[in-house]
Design a protein around this ligand. Structure first.
Ligand code: SAM
Length: 224
């Protein structure tokens, strides 16, 4: 039976990858990628020639079964996402759970740890992060207000992910619930245009409104 490696990759800066991750990516028989074009940039940078195959949120059970068959044949497989640690707000854990189920718990799943946007943001928030709540992405339509009510009323800091298209809307929704909520918005962490915005949700929204909003965000709400 092959090993399924869950490999963390950079969230922006290509230097943020462990030696072990690079070795595993070079040694495995196949790399499963959320988007093969994204991962190609990383693999080319480190001259890794391992074959790749796409595995993403729309991948069907048929594809998972094909992957499981390869593991059964003894092939070692690595799973990477577009950025960070697979399985954190991306399709990684579905593959793990199906592989474990289909192979009756006999497959070895190994983590190759490294960056994750949520943890990177937590480390520079300045908030007490001994305990925190991670809520992933806010729902796009239904249950949005419930999501922000939960984020605004939490005793502990709350981390969530947001796209540039909805960041302003989300900050405004938060500030409508409680104008005094302190937040840290981390944009483009580890990349050229990395920017950290600190203040109330309203203040951060006002700063962002003056700019062309680009890039990906992690938001941390301080908690009560
Ligand atoms: N599994 C990934 C991880 O461990 O970081 C997260 C995957 S999730 C689909 C992608 C989201 O992570 C983005 O929409 C953004 O909210 C956040 N993200 C990823 N890279 C980031 C970066 N460099 N700066 C800020 N946020 C980032």
């Amino acid at each position: 039976m092959g090993i399924l490696y869950i490999v963390a990759t950079p969230i922006g800066n290509l230097e943020d990858i462990t030696k072990r991750a690079l070795r595993i990516l070079s040694e495995v028989d196949l790399i499963l990628c959320e988007d093969t074009r994204n991962t190609k940039v990383l693999l080319d940078h480190y001259q890794i020639k391992t074959p790749t195959l796409s595995y993403h949120q729309h991948s069907k059970l048929k594809k998972i079964k094909e992957i499981v068959d390869l593991l059964k044949e003894g092939k070692n497989i690595a799973l990477v996402s577009d950025a960070g640690t697979p399985g954190i707000s991306d399709p990684g854990n579905k593959l793990v759970s199906e592989a474990v189920k289909l192979l009756s718990n006999s497959v070895k799943v190994m983590t190759i740890p490294g960056p994750s946007a949520a943890i990177a943001a937590a480390s520079i928030s300045g908030f007490a992060m001994d305990k925190f709540l991670f809520l992933g992405f806010p729902p796009v339509k239904k249950k949005r207000s419930k999501f922000f009510e939960e984020a605004a009323s939490s005793k502990y800091p709350v981390i969530f992910y947001e796209s540039p298209y909805r960041i302003l809307k989300s900050l405004k929704e938060l500030s409508l619930i409680d104008g005094s909520l302190e937040v840290v918005a981390c944009r483009e962490l580890t990349k050229k245009f990395e920017t950290i915005y600190r203040g109330t949700a309203q203040e951060v929204a006002e700063k962002l409104e003056k700019e062309e909003i680009r890039g990906e965000f992690v938001i941390i709400v301080k908690g009560k």
